[in-house]
Design a protein around this ligand. Structure first.
Ligand SMILES: *Cc1c(COP(=O)(O)O)cnc(C)c1O
Length: 381
């Protein structure tokens, strides 16, 4: 069998000499944090997606926490989200004292199903957090329609979908708030980092205050003197620094190329795997263009002689870094202790049992892609 010489991870950053030079320049500047780079990066992100405001955070999880706080989530409030996401999505609700409510996914796109969300709405529902899982945007209009009727907020978890489009527009302007993550496996990286984009000045101001200890700079400063500030709410230190932002500015210049390459790799997988018995490929809605953060296949256990576990292990033996995204959030011991029962989202749970992530990232060569395809063909046979 064809074992690769080196391990091919499912995702990774692509850092070049320009990125390094930009960061070094900031290291030599007077500001390592709260200098000019963070605001520059925020403007660049807002311009890129077409939003009025962008508020950067130290990581995507902190940004989600900020969004939940800004949406007014507190004890007794329910927030509906997908079980097929990284735990940070629903953890952000818990940080605010709210209760995550999990609704099932759509069989074809693996994204939160708006019909299932409707069934979970109660008079305590305060927000919905749909997740653009794998980089394919959710059917946002369906969620906005529910939100309008209920007078609640939609926070889009776009950790996977910077650069993806929904109905011809980039993700990041249509929901009330959208979160993007800059973790190294995500579409672009700042090491750790995250942002909320929004068109609401009210939300943007609250987010800025929340990420910096709950301090507001404006009131009374003239009367009191220049040193004066007030802490008016309990915030956090969730700020992004200038080193991160400098890297982000450099990375953002290359995002179109990154996404183009991800789309090429996805189309090679789709073309070469579509006739293999027992492999179910991810479906794309016609009005979305995925950023292809992940390429997830399903291994149809009724048609394959091997289990997911066997196929996964064999692929790893061949140095192909397959992965599984994600364990249904409420299966985690912490959520089980909170009282969530297994079985509440049967489609998600069945999907999880047979899914597998194939490596996809812009620095993969055609040879790397071919290694994955050839290994998979041999392993599932
Ligand atoms: C990565 C990720 C997050 C959290 O972002 P961090 O920057 O790692 O804190 C949240 N939701 C999803 C779906 C993610 O993939």
């Amino acid at each position: 069998m064809i074992k690769r010489d080196s391990f091919l991870s499912y995702g990774r950053q692509w850092i070049d000499e320009d990125d390094i030079a930009t960061v070094v320049e900031t290291l030599r500047s007077p500001f390592l944090t709260q200098g000019p780079k963070v605001a520059e990066f925020e403007n660049a992100i807002a311009n890129y997606v077409g939003a009025k405001y962008a508020v950067a955070f130290s990581n995507g999880t902190a940004a989600l926490h900020g969004a939940c706080y800004t949406a007014g989530i507190s004890a007794g409030d329910e927030v509906i989200t997908s079980p097929i996401t990284f735990a940070a999505t629903s953890n952000a609700v818990l940080y605010c004292g709210g209760t995550p409510v999990f609704a099932d996914i759509d069989k074809k796109t693996y994204n939160l199903n708006s019909k299932e969300v409707r069934k979970r709405i109660t008079n305590k529902t305060r927000a919905i957090i749909p997740v653009d899982f794998t980089g394919q945007p959710v059917d946002l209009d369906a969620f906005l329609e529910i939100a309008e009727k209920q007078n609640i907020v939609v926070i889009q978890d776009g950790a996977h979908s910077l650069g993806a489009t929904y109905k011809g527009r980039k993700v990041g302007t249509q929901a009330h708030m959208t979160m993007f993550s800059f973790h190294p496996v995500k579409p672009i990286t700042t090491g750790e980092g995250g942002v909320i984009t929004t068109n609401s000045i009210h939300f943007a101001e609250k987010l800025r205050q929340f990420r910096s200890h709950g301090i507001s700079k404006t009131p009374y400063s003239v009367e009191q003197g220049d040193w004066y500030y007030e802490m008016t709410d309990l915030g956090y230190n969730y700020r992004m620094n200038d080193i991160q932002a400098a890297l982000g500015l450099s990375q953002l210049q290359k995002i179109d190329g990154f996404i183009k390459r991800r789309r090429e790799i996805a189309s090679i997988y789709t073309r070469t795997l579509k006739n293999i018995q027992g492999i179910i490929l991810p479906e794309q809605l016609t009005d979305t263009e995925s950023g292809w953060h992940l390429y997830m296949i399903q291994l149809d256990s009724s048609r394959l002689k091997k289990s997911r576990r066997e196929i996964f292990n064999k692929m790893r033996e061949l140095n192909i870094g397959v992965h599984v995204h994600y364990i249904p959030v409420y299966w985690h011991p912490y959520y089980q202790k909170l009282g969530y029962k297994k079985g509440i989202c049967p489609i998600a749970e069945n999907w999880y049992k047979q899914t597998m992530t194939l490596p996809i990232h812009p620095s993969m060569s055609d040879g790397d892609v071919n290694d994955v395809v050839e290994a998979l063909k041999v392993v599932v046979r």
